[in-house]
Design a protein around this ligand. Structure first.
Ligand code: FUB
Length: 323
């Protein structure tokens, strides 16, 4: 696949998580809708209500829509806004982990289960205990342990927490203080709980110092993804208001990670969100932009482009506006 490709022309889809299950490529995106809610920094205009699952036999193949697989009306604790999700497999079951506001307008991470990667998924009665904020990414390491990476600023509410506890007034640190960190936590054997307390995933700069809150071109904002390449852990994320997808590398799934550079320069639309998946020996960046909707930031479309590494393991930057 040499040319970037839009994947789902007939639905607005965003925030991809792509996995190979049963030898097939499965795509788990958010499903964007036009709700008429005006744009604001809380992200109220992202008023999504359901998920569809898509699959392909090969990266150039036709995309099959398996239809609606989970709806907010079927999630017992749901308030509103079904945002980014990720899916994992263990012992004959598929688990979709999703971001959703509860009835008090507080984001948590929920889980729903299916016997098939195509869904439908049945939600648990409550969100995962101790979960907060948005954008779960679930990474299965080679030893079979699953880790969740999560968090997102502003509308994602991460600034309302310190040390896993809600604080009185949500705020970001001062510009010269360390930036707020995404979180990493081991998932329990039954895949339904956190096995321990979420920890800070620290991103260091070239001097070994934590990236500062004022460093908006490099500090974490949202959209965590983890993959492994040549024995190293690659943590990638969006810088939000500066619209870059960046990455950092570590020898441990818990970090600390050292900042390396930009994977994708800004795309059309405010948000940028991705996943990185190996398919038949090649690596792909699945992401989204708002070009097909004429720049409406809340109506995004999934794309895929090949991702290449340099010989030292660094990633070649992809230009968002031409890919
Ligand atoms: O889709 C809603 C939110 O927009 C996601 O949770 C963020 O990562 C951003 O893509």
């Amino acid at each position: 696949m040499k040319q970037p490709r839009y994947l789902v022309p007939n639905l607005y889809t965003a925030d991809p998580a792509v996995h190979i299950f049963d030898g097939k490529i499965f795509i788990y995106p958010s499903h964007d809708v036009e709700s008429g809610i005006p744009e604001n920094d809380n992200g109220d205009h992202f008023d999504m209500r359901d998920y569809h699952v898509f699959s392909m036999e090969s990266i150039d193949g036709e995309v099959t829509d398996h239809g609606e697989v989970l709806h907010v009306k079927d999630i017992p604790w749901a308030g509103r806004q079904l945002w980014d999700s990720d899916t994992a497999y263990k012992d004959g079951k598929y688990y979709i982990y999703f971001s959703l506001k509860d009835k008090n307008d507080v984001f948590h991470i929920g889980v729903a289960i299916s016997k098939s990667p195509e869904g439908p998924f049945v939600a648990e009665d409550n969100p995962i205990k101790g979960s907060y904020s948005i954008d779960p990414c679930v990474f299965r390491d080679e030893d079979g342990i699953h880790y969740m990476y999560f968090g997102g600023l502003w509308g994602g509410q991460l600034q309302r927490y310190r040390k896993n506890k809600a604080i009185e007034c949500g705020h970001e640190p001062a510009d010269n203080e360390p930036a707020l960190c995404p979180k990493v936590v081991k998932i329990s054997e039954n895949m339904l709980e956190f096995a321990d307390e979420p920890q800070d995933l620290v991103i260091l700069d070239e001097k070994g110092e934590p990236i500062k809150a004022g460093d908006h071109d490099r500090r974490f904002f949202e959209a965590s993804w983890v993959h492994k390449y040549m024995g190293k852990y690659y943590y990638s994320y969006s810088t939000g208001n500066t619209h870059f997808l960046c990455y950092a590398i570590s020898d441990s799934p818990y970090g600390p990670f050292t900042y390396q550079g930009v994977i994708l320069t800004p795309v059309v639309g405010w948000t940028t969100h991705h996943c990185i998946t190996e398919i038949e020996g090649k690596w792909y960046l699945f992401h989204h932009d708002s070009r097909p909707s004429g720049g409406k930031t809340w109506l995004r479309s999934l794309k895929v482009v090949e991702l290449e590494y340099n010989t030292d393991g660094t990633i070649k930057t992809i230009e968002g506006l031409i890919n």
